[in-house]
Design a protein around this ligand. Structure first.
Ligand code: NAX
Ligand code: K
Length: 530
């Protein structure tokens, strides 16, 4: 499902108006009318109650005027509070404002704090507040009077419905620009925007309705939007098909190079998760001193003990044996629990450069790679990096806060510059492709904040890649199903206390739930309305 930036939406609106010939007034009419359907759908008891439409002077406010008109037409006691004087209105918004006057719908001009203070009480007593203050035209931090208004809206007890996007929410980053309206429901137009799907934006948005305002499909196709949300349908269509006569020699062989003294669990988890994702065979290459432990814990996987460096880690002497093992493997998972000794870094960097098969790099693999990013230029196969925000900051040589402030841009910039697939983990994992496309995942829950989850994801992505799924689709499958399995556990067993091992053990049920359509995600819950 496409999700748009403000620029993309503006451009589609413009094309629809100028080249297709559907006037802006029609788009605004469709938007306002659809929003009213969303209001009645959410608050069917609102007939004959009082609704305050708080409108800005832009087109978001214009949508608010259309909403007030339809609400009034259907017996709602609607009143408009305009955060400007009426002579500031332009174009379609001004035209729709005139209709309010013709129909005798009450309008209060409230251009400043002083006028606002007179109407606070009146607004607070309404049964619903419609926020039509700022939409995709938000272009700066919200301060002063607008800040006071939003602060007030967030304090009144009435529910809040937002037009297009919660006022104050950044359309692309999903971060509040200083302050942001907290909605119970939002109606957006044509497509959801990035800010609705990312966090914390999704929490400010509430239940999301997507209103078809009449943008024709050829204009959408020509715009070729760069961002999508992963959906269960998309995932179902990418799951590797299995023939009745499949045997383990056909379903891929993953090599996992991981582990060190004290960190054997990470290696075992990644290897087992690859099998849970459906890989036919998994071999685990580990430092020899942990081989016995690893063998006793991962019954289905094979192991290959390698001569180890000081400190019980894999070192550069393992390069030759690992590269030769890769000749009959279909994917390499590299990094979990490996440590960051110099010799390990040399090994990791040489493997990323020389592997003939796709490599999934995680954890210490990433920490090692941060010291030799140049090797990515010479890579022979696709490289998938799966950093959490801290690891991403190390790779991009910035701070975790910088990464988190705009996760989509951080992931995209790195993936494009380095020519890799980048999975930026954390709530609403972002998958950036080297061609600039970005996919956002909405599965998963806070119960996943526990050790080993990353190792399981690494193994899953490697397991899918090994089965012949394209590396980008393997990232989609891994990320979505990892979160979906955790969501099913949270629902069926409890919100916290399940562990990474439980997540991978729950994959068979998860595959079944995706296949049957029993698992639904946030994209499924967005209500499309005509
Ligand atoms: N034809 C179109 O373009 C359509 C637009 N639609 C609506 O139009 C909206 C976009 O309209 P606009 O581009 O007019 O923009 P908005 O109405 O979102 O806001 C623009 C106004 O807010 C001001 N502003 C920006 N940041 C501010 C801040 N931090 N503090 C205070 N004021 C600030 C701007 O100076 C401008 O006056 C969409 O969100 C949607 O609701 C819909 O009617 C559908 C069709
Ligand atoms: K709004």
């Amino acid at each position: 499902m496409y999700i748009l930036t403000a620029d993309e939406m503006r451009e589609m609106d413009r094309q629809t108006i100028e080249t297709f010939g559907l006037p802006g007034r029609v788009l605004m009419e469709n938007a306002g009318r659809g929003a009213v359907r969303a209001i009645f759908d959410t608050w069917p008891e609102i007939y004959s109650r009082r609704v305050a439409v708080i409108a800005g002077k832009g087109n978001n406010g214009g949508d608010g005027f259309v909403i007030a008109r339809y609400l009034a037409q259907h017996g709602v006691d609607a009143a408009v509070y305009l955060l400007a004087s009426r002579d500031r209105l332009r174009g379609d918004a001004a035209a729709n404002f005139k209709h309010l006057e013709t129909l005798g719908i009450p309008v209060t001009e409230m251009p400043d704090d002083l006028t606002f203070s007179r109407y606070k009480e009146e607004i607070a007593q309404c049964h619903l507040i419609v926020d039509a203050i700022l939409g995709t035209g938000l272009d700066s931090e919200v301060k002063g009077y607008f800040r006071d208004i939003i602060d007030f809206i967030n304090q009144v007890s009435a529910p809040v419905f937002c037009v297009d996007i919660a006022s104050g929410l950044h359309t692309e980053t999903g971060q509040p620009c200083g302050i942001c309206v907290k909605a119970d429901a939002t109606a957006t137009f044509a497509f959801a925007k990035l800010g609705h799907m990312l966090l914390p934006g999704a929490r400010y948005t509430g239940k999301l309705f997507i209103i078809d305002i009449g943008i024709p499909p050829h204009i959408v196709r020509a715009a070729n939007p760069r961002h999508q949300v992963l959906t269960s349908g998309w995932i179902r269509s990418r799951l590797p098909a299995r023939d009745q006569q499949s045997h383990k020699g056909q379903t891929g062989h993953v090599l996992v190079a991981a582990g060190s003294t004290g960190k054997s669990g990470a290696a075992v988890m990644a290897a087992t998760a690859a099998m849970r994702a459906g890989a036919g065979l998994v071999t685990l290459a580990v430092p020899e001193s942990i081989n016995t432990i690893v063998e006793s814990r991962g019954l289905e996987t094979m192991t290959r003990p390698l001569a180890e460096a000081r400190g019980g880690t894999l070192g550069k002497d393992s390069l030759e044996p690992i590269v030769s093992m890769l000749s009959d493997k279909s994917c390499l998972a590299l990094g979990p629990g490996m440590g960051t000794a110099d010799t390990t870094r040399e090994l990791v960097c040489a493997l990323i450069e020389n592997s003939p098969v796709p490599v999934v790099v995680d954890a210490d693999g990433l920490n090692n790679l941060a010291g030799c990013l140049g090797v990515l230029k010479n890579k022979r196969a696709e490289i998938i990096l799966t950093p959490h925000p801290g690891e991403m900051a190390r790779l991009a040589k910035t701070s975790t806060a910088e990464i988190q402030a705009d996760r989509v841009s951080a992931a995209r910039n790195f993936a494009k510059a380095q020519g890799v697939l980048l999975v930026l983990k954390g709530a609403r994992t972002v998958i950036a492709h080297p061609d600039g496309r970005v996919f956002v995942n909405t599965t998963g829950n806070p119960g996943m904040a526990s050790g080993g989850m990353g190792d399981v994801l690494t193994g899953m992505i490697a397991g899918f890649t090994a089965q012949g799924v394209a590396a980008d689709a393997a990232c989609h499958l891994g990320v979505y199903l990892h979160g979906a399995a955790a969501d099913l556990l949270a629902k069926n067993r409890g919100p916290v206390g399940y562990m990474a091992g439980d997540v991978m053990d729950h994959l068979p049920e998860t595959f079944g739930a995706i296949d049957s359509g029993a698992f639904t995600d946030m994209a499924h819950d967005c209500r499309p309305l005509l």
